[in-house]
Design a protein around this ligand. Structure first.
Ligand SMILES: [Zn+2]
Length: 146
């Protein structure tokens, strides 16, 4: 699982935050102040092992990018997904799943091509977009569910 490094605004300590815990209000390990991580947020990389638990536990809606590392349109979409993760931090959780290594989850949600974006609310898929859609179109979908 990925992690991010966030410097504390108060004491300057560098904190290593697991990507899956970014949305849980992490605090500085040294001084206990809440960390401002909105500029450091990255999509949470999920796998067959942790996908269901993560999606069931989160309190916010989620956007999951089903991608494959060898797919050109997926690579084009990746910076858009990264930017949406920061833009909607606190309102929407952005995650991604590598379908080449996690086929069970992809099959479970009947993802047939990549990239596919699945939108979740209350642990259930409620909408999807297939293909590398323009950021504006993705934003419209997000605004409709948050
Ligand atoms: Zn601190």
């Amino acid at each position: 699982m990925d992690s991010i490094i966030v410097q504390c605004n108060d004491c300057g300590a560098k904190n290593k935050i697991p990507a899956a815990k970014q949305h849980l209000g992490p605090k500085c390990g040294k001084c206990g102040q809440r960390l401002n991580i909105s500029q450091n947020v990255v999509p949470v990389e999920l796998s067959d092992t942790d996908f269901q638990d993560f999606i069931q536990d989160i309190q916010l809606p989620a956007l999951v990018d089903f991608f494959s590392p060898t797919c050109g349109p997926c690579r084009m979409l990746a910076p858009v997904i990264d930017s949406l993760a920061r833009k909607y931090f606190g309102r929407l959780i952005v995650a991604k799943l590598d379908t080449s290594r996690n086929q069970m989850t992809a099959m479970h949600f009947q993802v047939r091509g990549v990239p596919t974006l699945l939108f979740f609310k209350n642990g259930q898929p409620i909408d999807q977009m297939v293909g590398a859609a323009p950021e504006q179109d993705i934003t419209q979908k997000i605004e409709a569910i948050i």
